[in-house]
Ligand binder design. Structure first.
Ligand code: ADP
Length: 673
């Protein structure tokens, strides 16, 4: 490529002609028209000038010695396409013109000798033509440069877009893998939250672990008290559990590490199979203030070192929530133990205990708390339809303090009930009721009261009897005196007779009272009960005229040491009561029999019977259901006191509508008086 001359703004014309005169004429003409102009006498010189100077138009002679004008202009066309080419020629022959146009694209032909105007016009038009060409090529050049810049920009943009796309793709992949991790972790935590036992925990861990490529069969070893443990592992889709009585001591301080050969031997001996590589991961409970683990997680794997590190990192992160679950399981376990202990203690109480809410519903009760098929405490306790009378619960609830009460059941049992309020935030939410059966103590107490009463009555009766006996003796003596002075036919005689009989009856009552209250002066004898009954019955003949009397005496019977008249009085009282109970007829049955160390007799009637609520009261002194003048209410109380004085017992059995049996049991070797 020809080196280009520096471009000039001023158009310059190169005239090439081997005749100096033509060159000079052209120079003169063009300069006169202020057109810059250079001349060359040979084509070579012209080509040299063009290397040096930027010419817009070349006007060349056709005929020159070394090179024709057509050849020169062809050369110029090739190397300087923006230069407009004109040809000066004396002969305008068509072949020359054709050749010049075809080879050198000659812009215009000017004939010699030239017409100045034609030459100038041709040159100016050529200058304009060249100017346009220059402008075009300048524009083309600029467009080329712009295109190139555009091309570069496009390329930059493409690579930027490519880079960005790669970045976005990378972030998307990262986001996706993070999402996957979060999903996995959420699923794992969700599964863990449903876990409530160690075997369940193991199963969740098993499925979590085996997701890691190259990891299989995790083992879980939980530590228990006194160096014991429990091992869990999965084999053939079945969970195996094994109790271990003695764990190696160093297991308690194991850290996250690859299992040592000794440990491996230990594991293999327990799981009865050869293991691949093992790694131990200690799990610590959070709430237990010890740095020692509460469980060991052991994983079998065939990971290389790099992957193992990655695995351990992920697994440590994964196992973090397991600590919380372990806490939960252990607390639950402790709670179960505490509940069991509490229940055992609760049931261990001999007394019934019940925890009752404010609506009297039983929340818990120990096994001694009666029927458990009802919901309210009174239904369970006494088959009642409302709160027991004197139940202390309402007081305990309203006063917020322990209260006690005495409750009697339908079965005639007495309970001392202690109600302990259990306070919620600021009010009683429930009550613990403790029931103590005091029936026996209460019976004893009532008996004590009764015997005190009897003793008091006895004392009183004795005093009254002594006081009454004297005036009665006076009345009786006076009645006898007046009677002796009155004619038997007088109506007063009968009245006086009645007064005397009444006085005698009063004295008999007083005698009975004195017997009851004062020690007898009679001496003990060895008495045959059969004989005693036999001699007493005839005395009661009048009383028994409406009844059938049956006697069944034991064939041989031991004698009893006692005062016969007193036992006679007992027989008399019991037979008299029986005959009065069967006033319009019935059967009186008297039996005697011998038991080991005891002599017994019973007096039974077929009367109406005695209602149960009176069984105690009929033994009270002065208790009678008989009309005035018929009963004194002393017969049974005196009889019981006599029998008990000889170390015996007087009891009764009675069925309403069927009759009553009074039984006397006397020791055959009576107590010393
Ligand atoms: P009294 O006979 O003077 O009433 P007791 O002490 O002997 O006094 O008897 C007390 C009460 O016991 C009697 O009033 C009667 O109601 C009842 N009683 C005693 N024995 C019998 C009996 N065999 N059958 C029915 N009731 C009886």
């Amino acid at each position: 490529m020809i080196q280009k001359a520096k471009e000039s703004v001023q158009p310059k014309v190169l005239i090439v002609d081997d005749e100096e005169a033509i060159c000079a004429a052209a120079r003169r003409l063009l300069r006169s028209k202020n057109i810059d102009c250079v001349t060359a006498s040979t084509p070579q010189e012209a080509l040299k000038i063009l290397k040096r100077e930027d010419c817009w138009v070349v006007v060349s002679d056709y005929r020159m010695p070394e090179m024709s004008g057509t050849e020169l202009l062809e050369e110029i066309k090739k190397n300087y396409p923006n230069i407009s080419r004109l040809m000066l020629t004396g002969f305008l022959e068509l072949p020359i013109i054709q050749e010049a146009i075809n080879r050198a694209s000659v812009f215009r032909f000017i004939t010699k000798p030239w017409d100045e105007t034609e030459l100038l016009l041709g040159i100016e038009t050529a200058i304009q033509h060249s100017g346009r060409k220059r402008t075009n090529s300048q524009l083309a050049h600029e467009i080329g440069v712009q295109n190139q810049k555009l091309e570069e920009l496009t390329q930059n943009l493409e690579s930027e877009v490519m880079k960005r796309t790669q970045g976005i793709e990378e972030s998307r992949r990262m986001a996706e893998s993070k999402q996957k991790l979060v999903r996995e972790l959420t699923g794992f935590v969700k599964n863990l939250s449903r876990v409530s036992t160690i075997p369940q925990l193991y199963e969740v861990l098993y499925y979590e672990m085996t997701r890691f490529h190259g990891v299989s069969v995790p083992y879980l070893l939980t530590f228990e008290e006194h160096g014991r443990g429990r091992l869990y592992w999965m084999q053939h889709e079945n969970l195996h559990e094994k109790h271990i009585s003695s764990l190696p001591q160093h297991f308690g301080s194991l850290r996250l590490r690859t299992s040592s050969p000794e440990d491996r031997v230990w594991w293999e001996s327990h799981i009865k199979k050869e293991c691949r590589q093992l790694v131990t991961i200690p799990i610590r409970a959070r709430e237990i203030p010890s740095s020692l683990p509460v469980a060991l997680f052991l994983v079998e794997h065939d990971l290389d070192k790099g992957k193992l590190v990655d695995f351990l990192e992920r697994i440590t992160e994964r196992l973090q929530p397991v600590s919380i679950v372990l806490d939960k399981i252990m607390l639950r376990h402790q709670l179960e133990i505490a509940a069991e202990q509490w229940e055992a203690t609760f049931d261990g109480f001999r007394d019934p205990i019940a925890v009752v809410d404010k609506e009297e519903k039983v929340i818990r009760a120990n096994k001694n708390f009666f029927k458990k098929d009802q919901s309210r405490c009174y239904e369970m306790f006494d088959k009642r339809t409302e709160l027991c009378i004197d139940c202390p619960m309402p007081i305990a609830i309203s006063s917020q303090e322990a209260a006690s009460g005495l409750v009697r059941t339908a079965t005639q049992k007495s309970y001392r009930v202690l109600s302990y309020p259990v306070l919620g935030s600021d009010q009683v939410r429930r009550v613990v009721n403790h029931y103590t059966d005091i029936s026996h103590e209460r019976d004893l107490y009532l008996k004590l009261v009764q015997s005190e009463k009897l003793a008091a009555v006895g004392l009183l009766a004795g005093n009254i009897a002594h006081e009454l006996n004297n005036p009665l003796s006076g009345i009786r003596a006076l009645a006898q005196l007046l009677k002796s002075e009155t004619s038997p036919s007088s109506p007063h005689h009968a009245d006086l007779d009645e007064v005397e009989r009444a006085a005698i009856r009063c004295q008999q009552i007083i005698k009975n009272l004195l017997n009851f209250s004062e020690p007898s002066t009679e001496y003990d004898e060895n008495v045959d009960i059969n004989d005693l009954i036999s001699i007493t019955l005839p005395l009661l003949k009048t009383n028994l005229r409406n009844q059938n009397v049956h006697t069944y005496f034991a064939e041989s019977i031991e004698k009893v040491k006692l005062q016969p008249s007193q036992i006679q009085q007992v027989i008399f009282n019991l037979v008299n009561n029986a005959s009065q109970a069967m006033a319009s007829g019935g059967v009186l049955t008297i039996k005697t029999w011998q038991e080991k160390g005891k002599v017994c007799f019973s007096i039974a009637d077929s009367g109406p019977g005695i209602p149960p609520e009176l069984h105690q009261r009929i033994f009270e002194p002065f208790f009678t259901t008989k009309g005035v003048g018929t009963g004194t209410g002393l017969g049974l109380s005196v009889s019981r006191s006599i029998v008990e004085k000889f170390g015996g017992q007087l009891t009764l059995e009675s069925k309403m509508g069927l009759g009553t049996v009074f039984t006397v049991v006397l020791p055959s070797k009576p107590l010393a008086k």
